[in-house]
Design a protein around this ligand. Structure first.
Ligand code: NAD
Length: 320
């Protein structure tokens, strides 16, 4: 639920900036613009910013079609302005959503550049999928005002955001980011210690690790593994987490579940402790299988299909 008054109080009428206008940056622009904020969008490659605008227009049209925004898409789009330089993007903004390449050197250089030009109260949230802030955002005067705000792609359709402070991030910065994320309609998860991959990608890593291993060992095909999650685990996970799932899966709740099945899960974990399934031959095998089912040229249209499904899901959630 978008909280216009909360946004006004936090940002005081100032815009926000997106730095890095690729897949995730463009998605963030939708999040902030649909919440009523003016958004300045900058990418080191101007061609990417140029391409992002029609893409965002399509995304907004989809949201409107599914009843997920009340405003005309053109009015939301009018709040997003391309910026030609980083200085222009950051000038006068309350918050920067960093969404550049997932590389420590690129993110560090950007922090150094921001440090040189940022106003004394500018807050920066990094979209990084798994690099802790201590690897690129320490030792600068801006450091207390930088934290990780990791979204899921696309952020305007999947609401969760992980907030991860570095050891130098101030409590005020975390409070600001939490209030901003809530006000623009995202769901906040606090990651209280810096770990690579944070919580979401660590959970995903465990599932993927097992999926690769099961294919490698010939236990099941890629298709059947996808089916197991799509038509099995994913049904419950679309509205409850793993702890609530197991709490409901034994007559006496979670402790009863642990007593009954804990040893099985322990044996499974032990059986995986030394294997490394992400090897090149295995990746080639899974890639060949996926391209048989989905040719490379169709990836883009399948992403659009996924986003349509997510919008139907979001609309159904909203009706509930
Ligand atoms: N794709 C995902 O599913 C996903 C999900 C969550 C978080 N993320 C994270 O979001 C960030 C962006 O990922 P993406 O998938 O959008 O990548 P992307 O390659 O689509 O976009 C990155 C953009 O950053 C631009 N860029 C590079 N250096 C820059 C600089 N110094 N200033 C301005 N722009 C610069 C590039 O030109 C590029 O357009 C990464 O940190 C990634 O890990 C990605």
């Amino acid at each position: 639920m978008i909280d216009i008054h909360g946004i006004e109080k936090l940002c005081g009428g100032r815009p926000v900036a997106i730095v890095g206008a690729g897949l995730v940056g463009a998605g963030w622009a939708v999040v902030y613009a649909r919440a009523g904020l003016n958004v300045k969008m900058f990418d080191a490659n101007p061609e990417i910013t140029r391409k992002a605008i029609p893409l965002i227009a399509e995304q907004l049209a989809g949201l409107r079609r599914h009843g997920l925004i009340d405003e005309a898409p053109a009015d939301v789009l009018a709040r997003i302005t391309p910026a030609a330089t980083l200085v222009e993007a950051v000038d006068g903004v309350a918050y920067v959503q960093e969404s550049v390449l997932e590389r420590v050197d690129v993110k560090r250089q950007l922090m150094v550049d921001l440090d040189a030009i940022a106003s004394p109260d500018l807050i920066v949230g990094s979209s990084t999928s798994g690099i802790p802030g201590s690897a690129f955002a320490m030792g600068l005067s801006i450091s207390p005002r930088v934290l990780i705000a990791h979204p899921v792609n696309p952020p305007y359709l999947v609401p969760v955001v992980e907030l991860v402070p570095s050891p130098e991030t101030s409590a005020t910065t975390v409070d600001f980011a939490e209030a901003l994320m809530r006000a623009v309609g995202q769901t906040v998860v606090h990651v209280r210690k810096e770990v690579e991959g944070f919580v979401l990608n660590r959970l995903q890593a465990v599932l993927l690790r097992e999926a690769w291993a099961l294919v490698q060992e010939g236990v099941a095909s890629c298709e059947d593994i996808d089916k197991t999650v799509r038509d099995g685990l994913g049904w419950r996970w679309s509205f409850m987490g793993p702890f609530e799932t197991i709490d409901l899966n034994a007559p006496g709740g979670v402790a009863d579940y642990a007593a009954r099945l804990g040893p099985l899960y322990q044996r499974i974990a032990d059986s995986r402790s030394h294997k490394q399934p992400w090897d090149a031959a295995l990746i080639r095998q899974v890639e060949a299988h996926r391209r048989e089912h989905l040719p490379h040229a169709d990836l883009e249209s399948r992403r659009a299909w996924r986003d349509e499904r997510l919008m139907e899901f979001a609309a159904a959630q909203r009706r509930q």
